[in-house]
Design a protein around this ligand. Structure first.
Ligand SMILES: [Zn+2]
Length: 353
């Protein structure tokens, strides 16, 4: 059973935000993901100079094995902490779902068996049932991870993983800091926004649209915001200034929607919408509803039908338009409470208490 060193706890703190965000996306308590990282690589301390362990097969913080995850490893992003943790946590969730449908395990047992699968695979775990850890290295994987998780839980206590956006003076702030502002020269006079129009850039990266939206040239195009795939938000014009994003358009009988709308560009081609980008869309739109009398949020295609197709059929309207309100329970906090409950239940069981 590894004891956590000060160094490990400091390293865990430095990864706190990444771990919290990934854990929230996949509905795991962040300290459980941290417990796995601790067990796998001691937050990187156990890795060699190439970022590998386990005689070269384990890759990065969560020790993703190149023999069973060749496609991810060959993508080459496994050294990136966020990508590594995102991938490892998705694997953990897959195992959880697999065990849920292939065994009668429930609740804390199901979670512990899923954690054991991260080491031994769900097939090995199923063969070892009811003692899932018997299949794992050292025969203690899930119990060791959960002891580590309990020790690391204070690092995540009270962490608010929801990014908070707020509009102040027609400018956008994220967690109290103004988002990067790159003024677009293409704009008209003042407007009172009552509509939000969603677009995509039809590019796979941020650089070129950020350049053409902020450059003075023949094509007069701009937007109020551009949201990158990783959730980074750039503001290009104050929200009360007319941006040129919709072109020939009509909403509810009114033409030229640029005259009363906020345009949000999203980096991408509309086929996939990464979680971070979806969450940024949701949180930014929520802040805009707080700041302005917004009547509706629509796609470019619905105000310029036949001419425009963005943001396309894959835009996750159901997730974006779930505007969180004060009265709804904070999913982060309830997950945290549930997470601690699960850990306590598993520890009790494991300690025979
Ligand atoms: Zn558009």
């Amino acid at each position: 059973m590894g004891r956590l060193t000060e160094q490990e706890i400091e390293l865990c703190k430095s990864l706190k935000r990444i771990i919290s965000n990934v854990a929230r996306r996949h509905d795991w308590p962040p300290e459980v993901i941290a417990g796995i990282i601790s067990r796998e690589s001691k937050f990187g301390i156990l890795l060699d100079s190439n970022g590998k362990g386990d005689r070269g097969h384990g890759h990065g913080l969560m020790q993703i094995d190149d023999r069973s995850h060749a496609a991810f490893i060959s993508k080459g992003t496994w050294r990136n902490a966020a990508d590594n943790i995102e991938y490892g946590t998705a694997v953990l969730s897959d195992f959880h779902n697999y065990l849920e449908s292939h065994t009668s395990l429930k609740g804390a047992d199901l979670e512990a068996a899923a954690i054991a699968s991260f080491n031994a695979g769900p097939g090995g775990v199923i063969k070892a049932l009811p003692n899932w850890d018997a299949a794992t290295t050292g025969k203690d994987y899930s119990s060791d991870v959960l002891v580590r998780a309990a020790a690391l839980a204070p690092v995540f206590a009270g962490v608010d993983t929801m990014d908070t956006f707020k509009v102040v003076g027609h400018l956008l702030y994220k967690n109290g800091k103004q988002v990067p502002f790159r003024l677009s020269p293409d704009h008209g006079g003042f407007i009172t926004p009552t509509l939000i129009v969603i677009h995509y850039t039809d590019t796979s990266e941020l650089k070129s649209p950020l350049s053409w939206l902020t450059k003075k040239d023949d094509t007069e195009v701009s937007a109020h915001l551009i949201i990158d795939k990783n959730g980074e938000v750039y503001q290009l014009l104050p929200f009360n200034v007319r941006a040129y994003h919709a072109g020939v358009s009509e909403y509810d009988g009114r033409g030229s929607v640029n005259g009363f709308s906020i345009g949000i560009e999203n980096v991408g081609t509309g086929d996939v919408w990464p979680d971070a980008q979806v969450e940024a869309n949701r949180d930014v739109i929520s802040a805009l509803y707080d700041a302005y009398e917004i009547e509706d949020t629509v796609g470019h295609s619905s105000v310029s039908p036949g001419r425009k197709v963005d943001p396309g059929p894959n835009y996750p309207w159901d997730r974006v338009m779930t505007i969180p309100t004060e009265t709804q329970p904070d999913p982060t906090k309830s997950a945290m409470v549930a997470g601690v409950g699960v850990i306590i239940a598993i520890l009790r069981k494991w300690l025979g208490a």
